[in-house]
Design a binder for this molecule. Structure first.
Ligand code: GDD
Ligand code: MG
Length: 360
């Protein structure tokens, strides 16, 4: 239990990352890299910037991988503890499983969103309105894949409907953005030891019981990175500095890019904005960028071109290969003169033959 003035957060990180396959076949979703560091590093940095340094990770899937990658996260600025579900307990059960470690008003976050929302302002609203649960909201063009949230003129929650299917249920474009402030005393309403959904059960019941709950809809950067195209787009946004999260530099700054200190052949070109990971080697006349992320220890062959593409660690790109707007898992080997086109996602360890062309 934390003292009253320590702000706490629970991060839900127990999903299987099905929609991010094949990337999540070899890597747990909470530690999938975003500009060469785990996505959760961005959430920790945001939380820390808003005074939250005690974080509980609610996990159920590939916990050993997550622990190996993050440890106690001291190097990432927070104190991280883990609670592990034997069977996945859903978003409700996941938070409930963490309830013995938290008290007071706590943040709850979906582990797969990238945002720079002003969480301090969210807390101010929560307090000034006497809210017992506040939901971060965003307006989106197609709300179907989200939780739809209706509020009244004062911002009070009137209805929460998770991913409605019938057309006449799409009554708003305002959706749950996956960060909540919750009075920890309410967590007792969630059953222990059976799966439940915070979206389908907990929120609707709070509204039905007339417990004061509010929505908070700020102007902020926000994206759920749960699909490969959103995952790539989020990194392009970060490269263009559209997301305001205070993080340590990604490498040595160089003309609008960041480079990791590996060997760069004299005629190699790095076009901003790009990130070249630690120890990555760039061969003669290759062109990296704009919008390229080269993973640690990767090697880019002579005359290869990497544009709008995300490469994980130790990728080997052969001579003259062209990678455009794609995502390449760790240890992939791309044969000489192969072409990998937009929206292609290659699972870690894949081998692309010389001169092959991959499109979606
Ligand atoms: N601990 C635990 N246990 N975590 C879980 C479990 C579980 O059984 N199931 C899912 N999670 C975690 C996921 O890892 C993810 O971080 C978060 O809960 C949300 O699950 P997703 O599977 O990503 O849900 P979604 O993207 O379809 O919808 C959610 O996010 C939207 C915003 O991005 C909902 O909260 C929607 O209402 C919301 O609009
Ligand atoms: Mg999601």
């Amino acid at each position: 239990m934390a003292s009253n003035n320590t702000l706490q957060a629970v991060i839900l990180a127990g999903g299987q990352g099905t929609r991010l396959r094949p990337l999540t076949l070899s890597r747990a979703k909470p530690v999938v890299p975003i500009l060469n560091r785990p996505i959760l590093a961005y959430q920790f940095a945001l939380l820390k910037a808003h005074g939250v340094s005690d974080v509980v990770l609610a996990c159920s899937y590939r916990v050993a991988d997550v622990r190996a990658a993050l440890g106690d996260a001291e190097h990432l600025g927070v104190r991280l503890r883990y609670v592990v579900e034997n069977e996945p307990l859903g978003t409700g059960g996941g938070v409930r499983n963490a309830s013995d470690l938290v008290s007071g008003t706590l943040f709850v976050l979906n582990g797969d969103i990238l945002t720079d929302a002003d969480l301090t302002a969210m807390r101010r609203l929560h307090e000034s309105r006497g809210s017992r649960t506040t939901i971060f909201l965003q307006s989106v063009p197609d709300p179907r894949q989200y939780g739809l949230v209706e509020t009244d003129a004062s911002g009070r929650l009137r209805r929460f409907r998770e991913k409605p299917t019938a057309d006449d249920e799409i009554t708003t474009s305002t959706v749950n953005a996956g960060i909540y402030l919750i009075d920890a005393e309410l967590l007792g309403r969630i059953p222990r030891d059976r799966p439940s959904s915070i979206e389908r059960e907990f929120f609707p019941a709070l509204i039905a019981d007339e417990i004061p709950c509010f929505g908070w809809c700020p102007t902020a950067y926000w994206r759920d990175i749960g699909t490969p195209s959103a995952y790539r787009a989020a990194q392009i946004d970060l490269l263009h500095e559209r997301v305001d999260i205070p993080l340590s530099p990604l490498g040595k700054p160089l003309d609008g890019s960041w480079i990791g200190g590996g060997p760069v052949a004299p005629e190699a070109r790095i076009i901003a904005p790009s990130v070249v990971g630690a120890g990555a080697a760039l061969g003669p006349r290759c062109r990296v960028g704009p919008g390229a992320v080269v993973g640690d220890g990767s090697t880019i062959g002579p005359d290869a071109r990497i544009e709008g593409a995300i490469l994980w660690e130790r990728v080997e790109v052969g001579a003259g290969a062209v990678l455009q707007d794609c995502v390449i898992g760790a240890d992939v080997k791309i044969g000489a003169h192969a072409r990998v086109g937009p929206e292609v996602v290659l699972e870690s360890g894949a081998v692309v033959p010389e001169h092959a062309t991959l499109t979606r």
